[in-house]
Write a protein that binds this ligand. Structure first.
Ligand code: C2E
Ligand code: MG
Ligand code: MG
Ligand code: MG
Length: 289
């Protein structure tokens, strides 16, 4: 038997092994800069309410700056970190960092943090969240944990129990990348979810030629969310046109490059100081009424 093992495959395997090794090194002293592995940082992407243009929240997004590979995207390393189980300590570190940071924000600004499927299935998640909230002093209602539809489908019964226990703490739950997974409407109805995050694949088509179908889907999701008493937030909003269409569809909040990419903690503090109470982004002022 032959096995085709080319240079590209070897490259990928080396990179993968490198990621596992480096994340292991970084977790020994997360936040610090390591000579060969670089550093981990949490950046924050603003979430803006469409009805008044207020900055109402920010999502914590993990960033890895590597001395040789530059900035490595979470899409590349999170799946690998999930397979190895390192996502558990890494996810806890992100939550700790983010909760500590968010205590310095105005109390009207919520913090959103992603939870991976591996964290969701684990015993002790609720205790971990409780401890981190207590240590940081962030009130539970100011935290929203984001769970992807796919993570929920993994083990729906367990996920449901987990979500219920988190909600009992007073923490909000958002369903991330909504519309890309396969959750049935029946399952959705039983889930105690506060916010539906409309996946950016629907948003990308809005305002484009042939975007009518995506717009119809967005309208439907917004209606569905309303019926179930959930908030709606559209991800990946890049243009003013998309923002305007989303507003017309009744979507409550947006997040995306149109408002801001994820920024360093200090940059978010500056934004909050300048615009926390103002209308944002400025181009939205024209159609506020
Ligand atoms: P997500 O939770 O759906 O996060 C949104 C992603 O969309 C982020 O990518 C963000 O930078 C990107 N994005 C924001 N606005 C725009 C836009 O206008 N256009 C486009 N094209 N993209 C936009 P990022 O930071 O690369 O993160 C990718 C995914 O990695 C996240 O998707 C999330 O699932 C995961 N992730 C990131 N940080 C963490 C973490 O701390 N823990 C866990 N478990 N997962 C994380
Ligand atoms: Mg998310
Ligand atoms: Mg998402
Ligand atoms: Mg997404």
């Amino acid at each position: 038997r032959f096995c085709v093992f080319d240079a590209a495959m070897r490259g990928r395997m080396n990179r993968r092994a490198g990621i596992v090794r480096d994340i292991g090194l970084l977790l020994a002293a997360p936040g610090a800069t390591h000579a060969t592995a670089g550093r981990l940082a949490v950046h924050y992407q603003p979430q803006v309410r469409l009805i008044d243009g207020r900055l109402v929240g920010a999502e914590a997004l993990l960033r890895w700056q590597h001395p040789r590979h530059g900035w490595i995207e979470p899409g590349e390393f999170i799946p690998i970190v999930e397979e190895t189980g390192l996502i558990v300590p890494l996810g806890e570190w992100v939550l700790r960092q983010a909760c500590a940071e968010a205590t310095g924000w105005p109390s009207s600004v919520r913090l959103a943090v992603n939870l991976s499927a591996a964290q969701l299935g684990r015993l002790g998640l609720e205790a971990m969240v409780t401890t981190v909230l207590a240590d940081s002093g962030l009130p539970a209602p100011r935290l929203e944990l984001e769970i992807t539809e796919t993570a929920l489908m993994h083990d729906p019964d367990r996920a449901l129990a987990c979500v219920q226990s988190l909600r009992a703490l007073g923490v909000g739950i958002a369903l991330d990348d909504f519309g890309t997974g396969y959750s049935s409407l029946a399952q959705l109805a039983t889930l105690p979810v506060d916010t539906l995050k409309i996946d950016r694949s629907f948003v990308a088509a809005l305002g484009r030629e042939g975007g009518g179908q995506a717009e119809a889907i967005v309208r439907l999701i917004v209606q569905l969310a309303r019926t179930m008493g959930m908030h709606t937030l559209a991800e990946g909003v890049e243009t003013d046109r998309q923002r305007a269409v989303l507003r017309a569809c009744g979507c409550e909040m947006v997040q995306g490059f149109f408002c801001s990419a994820a920024v360093e903690p200090q940059a978010l503090r500056v934004l909050l100081a300048q615009r926390g109470q103002g209308v944002w982004p400025e181009s939205a002022v024209s159609d506020l009424a």
